[in-house]
Design a protein around this ligand. Structure first.
Ligand code: KIV
Length: 277
């Protein structure tokens, strides 16, 4: 498949073709996402929780994102690769936002960056887009903020909050974002936002009307025992891996593994010489 570009994503929205996006933080996952013709890969700051064992995305650094983006870029040739700007890496000053975003693009090899926020981050989005860095925005539930506030609640449950999120989305589109992730928002609000925007919306827990969907690969693969309520389980890696580890442990303890089949012997001539040792 040829490389997915931003203009291809825009065309997909205009033609009503749904866009697919998954997270990946390593080479083997990136290879498989590419082979499965996934359109976009997100090197999310969710790496903090699902790979690094933190309980929020807050400790994730720009260096962590670059470290995890590099193998994804080596593994995935066709998908458009978006990497998250971690907590506070874009909010201290425009200069710092530009420096960190350009490191993620130049050192990590990402095609675009993603950052969380509404109208408040529109000037930052504009200043990055103005210097040639493509930006995907992220509205609705914003994990960096939610983990500090401690509230993981569905957003836009009434007209007033739906209007606020729509205003945020319009401001981010005007600032030059090429796409917007909408997380954990009511289906109705996500539908209105999708209809009002020219750029593609990518939903996560935001119903079926978004232009595309993103899921954490660890959620759709069932790597952990629990998933968020909106994540459909496409396989159960937790059970598959646990069974394999248990079977391996039993085989080694009972000396079933490694059997002759998995062992390498010297040839006969050499074996005879063993007696001389
Ligand atoms: O970090 C991440 O994986 C994300 C998704 C929740 C969209 O931002």
């Amino acid at each position: 498949m040829e490389k997915i570009t931003i203009s291809k994503l825009w065309k997909m929205k205009n033609q009503g073709e749904k866009i697919t996006m998954v997270t990946a933080y390593d080479y083997p996952t990136a290879l498989l996402a590419d082979e499965a013709n996934i359109d976009m890969i997100l090197v999310g700051d969710s790496v903090g929780m699902v790979v690094l064992g933190y309980d929020s995305p807050i400790p994730v650094t720009v260096d962590d994102i670059i470290h995890h983006t590099k193998p994804v870029v080596r593994g995935a040739k066709s998908p458009l690769i978006v990497a998250d700007m971690p907590f506070m890496s874009y909010l201290i000053s425009i200069e710092e936002a530009k420096r960190n975003a350009s490191r993620i693009i130049q050192e990590g090899g990402a095609d675009a960056v993603k950052l969380e926020g509404g109208k408040n981050v529109a000037p930052i989005v504009k200043s990055l887009v103005d210097v040639g860095i493509p930006v995907q925005a992220h509205i609705g539930l914003m994990p960096q903020r939610a983990s500090i506030e401690g509230s993981y609640k569905v957003q836009a449950k009434n007209i007033e909050t739906a209007q606020e999120i729509l205003d945020d989305a319009l401001a981010l589109e005007k600032a030059g974002a090429f796409s917007i992730v909408i997380e954990f928002v009511t289906t109705e609000a996500a539908q209105i936002i999708t209809e009002k925007l020219k750029i593609p919306t990518i939903g996560i827990g935001a119903g079926p009307h978004c232009d595309g969907q993103v899921l954490l690969s660890h959620d759709l693969l069932g790597y952990y025992k629990t998933q968020p309520p909106f994540a459909k389980l496409y396989t159960n890696l937790n059970k598959i891996i646990l069974d394999a580890f248990n079977n391996y442990r039993v085989d080694v303890k009972s000396q079933k593994y490694p059997s002759k089949e998995y062992s390498i012997s010297m040839d006969n001539e050499e074996r005879k010489k063993l007696k001389k040792i």
